[in-house]
Design a protein around this ligand. Structure first.
Ligand code: GTP
Ligand code: SPV
Ligand code: MN
Length: 601
């Protein structure tokens, strides 16, 4: 970096705030030169600024203001119908060699990627405003907290980043004079799927995203920084970035246990993280609080060898279909004010609707694409991946530690997928290595959160398949190695809320009732609950799960817990695709665990 470049005055199109250091100014100036916006607006993250952005967005047709009585300060946004979820086929890890990205990532040579994207970004913001968004991932002052600076031409992205991250002046304070920040450049461009690239340069701490304005493709603090870039940093520096919720469970005696859970996209993290215990548990005094609903960063405390975790985010970008006052009241409250709705249906009275919000659909509404809709229309009113965005402070069950830079102690890690068949409701790994094997071979039916065909079982190691920013081989080795830094370790569990009966109905009621399974998990962690040694791991006997007050009998529970050895042999064969991808590179622990499992069947 030559000083003559740094010394150049900041863009005349919009002066940088005094706190932005010279490294930031220089980087932003380069983006300005490339994208050629008409105006540059540096955001400070204040409430007044947010209101101004919403007002501008309404004028530009990006937002529709919802009814102020029903939904105070809430807005509807409709994305381009070709841009409704993360697009994994357009997501790249860009490094010098393909081996650094590994067999499960799309790879581009870094120089080639810069060249291709520079062409696309060149002049892409002519006549438009560039927003400069400084943000922090992680509680301010946390040793793991990371600063990012994102430039974007999307006002929707700008306000969303304000809810999802600790955005604004606070980031300049966290950064100080350092040049250690993730450089994020984003443009919706012409939103053409053929010119859509979400490129990560882990070696340069850089993310360039072009051609999409949706979720994880565009809010670059989330999947791009807090998972792909952070997982790479974590491997290098000895910590972990994972696609997990983080929740606290307080027992009737006041004992508090923190648990993380990795479920693939649209498989129940937000709902589990905001769980409200069933009546019986509530009256006994059980309470669940949320630290995070999507991402955790974990490290080993050098003092005592404990695994600790923070949630790097400050808000929720949650799935709305299926969410209602019965399944997730905390989410409903969180989105009842100061929220953004994306791709939901608009009711004539300025309220919003989605499939599963109410038992009866509305007589009419405007669907997520802006078309008139009635129940006879024969299509969905809200997109299956429609979402709400809300700051975490809106959550009535927010955990007091959500802002604590020291994080919380992790006592259990749960893996789970969406499986209609084969996989029981709950079991516990024999030990850490077995647990890592369970996570690594996690299978789940694909959902609308990525643009894949839905309903197909794919292997999704640790629910991180689309988010590991480097070679999966090294990622698995990192999981095994982390154990050696810990004194004791969290117990590892596997759950499946989605097993179906012959009639195709969910066997387990799920949502708040998942507390019953969580209670067994906590009791196991605390050395209080019984478990049988079974083929897959430690299993509760049916009588070990409290069914009182629930419309499920012990025989049905036995069914949910049953393992069909013949069916499970198929499961092992279907893990083969993953093993083949890793052929020759597979950590030996994986091979041993697989052999042990086969010999138990
Ligand atoms: P991402 O935000 O994509 O990472 O998803 P997520 O893992 O947070 O999933 P979320 O909690 O938003 O749930 C996704 C869908 O699964 C929603 O339609 C929920 O209503 C549904 N769901 C969540 N938990 C359960 C459950 O316990 N049982 C059943 N049957 N459905 C559930
Ligand atoms: C996911 O897909 O896991 C999400 C949504 O949490 S997005 O932020 O779009 O990645
Ligand atoms: Mn997610």
């Amino acid at each position: 970096m030559s000083s003559s470049v740094i010394d150049r005055p900041p863009s005349s199109k919009g002066p940088a705030p005094a706190q932005a250091n010279e490294h930031v100014r220089w980087r932003v100036e380069q983006c300005v030169e490339l994208c050629q916006p008409q105006r540059v607006q540096w955001l400070d993250g204040s409430a007044e600024e947010r209101q101004r952005l919403f007002a501008e967005g309404v004028k530009a047709g990006v937002f529709t203001k919802l009814d102020e009585q029903k939904l105070p300060n809430c807005y509807l946004h409709r994305s381009n119908p070709n841009d409704v979820a993360r697009s994994e086929q357009n997501t790249f890890i860009c490094t010098r060699t393909e081996d650094m990205a590994g067999p499960t990532n799309n790879w581009m040579e870094d120089k080639a990627a810069y060249a291709r994207l520079r062409e696309l970004f060149n002049g892409c913001m002519r006549g438009r405003t560039m927003y400069v968004i400084p943000f922090v991932m992680g509680p301010i002052g946390s040793p793991l907290a990371k600063v990012g600076v994102q430039v974007t031409d999307s006002i929707y992205v700008a306000v969303s980043m304000g809810y999802m991250t600790r955005m604004g002046t606070v980031a300049w304070e966290q950064l100080g004079k350092s040049e250690e920040f993730t450089r994020c450049m984003h443009s919706v461009g012409d939103c053409n799927p053929d010119r859509r690239y979400i490129c990560h340069f882990p070696l340069d701490n850089t993310i360039w995203s072009f051609g999409s304005g949706y979720g994880g493709n565009a809010l670059l603090g989330k999947k791009c920084l807090a998972l792909r870039i952070a997982s790479f940093l974590g491997k290098t520096q000895g910590w972990m970035a994972e696609h997990m919720l983080l929740m606290g469970a307080t027992s009737p005696t006041g004992e508090k246990t923190y648990v993380t859970a990795a479920f693939p996209s649209s498989c129940g993290k937000t709902n589990f993280a905001m769980l409200i215990p069933p009546e019986k548990f509530k009256s006994e005094g059980w309470k669940i609080t949320t630290v995070g609903d999507d991402i955790v960063w974990m490290w080993v405390d050098k003092k005592n060898g404990d695994l600790r975790a923070i949630n790097p985010e400050a808000g929720y970008f949650g799935v709305v279909p299926g969410t209602n006052w019965e399944t997730n009241p905390n989410a409903m409250t969180a989105m009842s004010h100061d929220a953004i709705f994306t791709n939901v249906a608009l009711l004539p009275d300025g309220d919003v609707w989605w499939e599963g919000k109410t038992k009866e659909p509305p007589k009419e509404c405007i669907d997520w694409m802006g078309q008139k809709w009635t129940p006879q229309s024969g299509r969905k009113a809200a997109h299956p991946n429609s979402r709400f965005t809300a700051p975490m402070i809106n959550n009535p069950a927010l955990d007091p530690a959500a802002d604590d830079p020291a994080g919380v102690h992790v006592a259990a890690i749960i893996f789970g997928g969406r499986r209609s068949r084969t996989i029981p409701l709950v079991f516990q790994a024999f030990n850490w290595v077995h647990g890592v094997y369970l996570g690594a071979t996690l299978g789940s039916e694909t959902t609308s959160a990525s643009t894949d065909k839905t309903g197909i079982v794919r292997r999704d190691p640790m629910a991180m398949l689309p988010f590991i920013g480097y070679n999966i081989r090294d990622y698995l080795v990192h999981w095994f190695r982390m154990r050696k830094l810990m004194k004791d370790c969290p117990r590892i569990f596997h759950v499946n809320w989605f097993r179906k009966n012959e009639q195709g109905q969910f066997m387990w009621p799920g949502f708040g009732e998942n507390m019953r399974v969580l209670k067994w998990i906590i009791d196991r962690v605390r050395g209080r609950a019984y478990a049988m040694e079974a083929t897959l791991g430690w299993m509760p006997r049916p009588e070990d799960i409290d069914l009182e007050g629930l419309d499920v009998n012990i025989d049905e529970l036995r069914q949910m817990q049953s393992v069909d050895n013949a069916e499970f042999k198929h499961e092992i064969l279907s893990q083969e695709e993953l093993f083949l991808k890793l052929a020759g590179d597979l950590p030996k622990e994986m091979i041993f665990q697989r052999e042990l499992l086969i010999s138990r069947l």
